[in-house]
Structures are given as C-alpha cells and as structure tokens.
Design a protein around this ligand. Structure first.
Ligand SMILES: Cc1cc2nc3c(=O)[nH]c(=O)nc-3n(C[C@H](O)[C@H](O)[C@H](O)COP(=O)(O)O)c2cc1C
Length: 172
C-alpha cells in the first residue's frame, strides 16, 4: 500500500496513480474490502508517514496523509496505527483528523518517552516493535518491572529462527 501512496514509487497512470485521491485509492479500497469481510470494528490500518525504508521518498506527506485519513474516516475502522518518523506537526494533524483509536509507534524511543504520548493525549495507545520481538514475555516483564532483553538488530530480518523465537523468557 505504501508503494501506491508514495509519489516516488507510484508510477501508475490509471485511477490508482497521479493525484492524491488516486494514490490513496488502493489503501482505502483494501481497508473497505477487509472491513466488509470481518467488520470495521476488527479492521485497522498501519501507516508510516515519511518512513524512507526500502527507498520510499514522499514529497508531500503533509497533503498525502490527511487526504488518506479523510478518505478512510467514513469507514469507521477500529484504529489507525502510526509509525512516527519525527514530523510532530503532521502527527498533530493526523490526531485531529482521525475519528477513532490512534496507536502511536514512536520508533526507537524508550518506554517512558512513549508513555508521555498517552499522558499528553497525543495517542490513545502506544506500541512497541523490537522490544516485543526480543521479549516474548514483555507484558509480564513490564508488570513486574523485570529487566528487558536487548533487541539484536543483526537478526532482525533474517530467514531463520535466530532473533525471532529464541529470545529467553525471564527467570529469577
Ligand atoms: C524484525 C522487524 C520487522 C518489522 N516488520 C515490519 C512490517 O512488516 N511492517 C511495518 O510497518 N513495520 C515493521 N517493522 C517496524 C516496526 O513496526 C517498528 O515501527 C520499528 O521497529 C520501530 O519501532 P520500535 O522502536 O517500537 O521497534 C518491523 C520491525 C522489525 C524490528
């Protein structure tokens, strides 16, 4: 979906390429189709505005993502999940535009920093990626204030079990 959204990857000349309305169309149609199948209350969308991963380079995030959210809003999805790459002004706009639950992934920050987003009302929920991967018992560890395993970036995108299913659970 991100390849449809981004103007440096979307080279289409049909109704899925070119204008903002056209570039958001695929994501909105997918969300609507999934929602029709399983219910809007069980459907969410993850977006990553400004994330340059895999050579994505958006020139118009300030227009693109508001256009996407305006088109998605009538669907009444359960949540929007935002990977926050650092554009606070855009995040504020998205928060204002999104009518239901907003989950924020403030990438690479520590947990107290993430918690502030709930305290400040920037998000309804916050998410963690790498820490959840590295700690199969993350919830129990957080509840009991146990130490956390450190994620190993060297095994993040490997093809085997290393770094996926072999992080230890906490033992006293
Ligand atoms: C092994 C691994 C796989 C990931 N796969 C995806 C993915 O498929 N789609 C996505 O949007 N983000 C993916 N991410 C990014 C995470 O969702 C998250 O945004 C990123 O790890 C930064 O947040 P964190 O500091 O909470 O980990 C992945 C991250 C890791 C470490």
């Amino acid at each position: 979906m991100h390849q449809f959204l981004s103007d440096n990857t979307n080279e289409r000349t049909d109704r899925y390429g070119g204008s903002l309305d056209n570039r958001v169309r695929f994501a909105v149609e997918v969300a609507a189709a999934v929602s029709d199948e399983i219910g809007a209350d069980r459907t969410g969308l993850r977006i990553s505005p400004g994330n340059p991963y895999n050579d994505i380079a958006e020139s118009d995030t300030a227009q693109l993502y508001p256009a996407l959210l305006r088109a998605l809003s009538p669907l009444g999805l359960a949540y929007l999940h935002v990977l926050h790459a650092g554009d606070d002004a855009l995040l504020g706009t998205l928060r204002t535009l999104w009518p239901t639950t907003l989950i924020l992934n403030r990438a690479g920050t520590d947990l107290p920093t993430r918690a502030k987003d709930i305290d400040h009302g920037t998000a309804d929920l916050v998410s963690v990626g790498a820490l959840a991967l590295a700690n199969p018992d993350l919830v129990e560890r957080l509840r009991s204030d146990a130490p956390l395993n450190t994620p190993d970036p060297a095994t993040f995108y490997g093809g085997g079990v290393a770094g996926y299913t072999d992080y230890p659970t906490y033992t006293v």
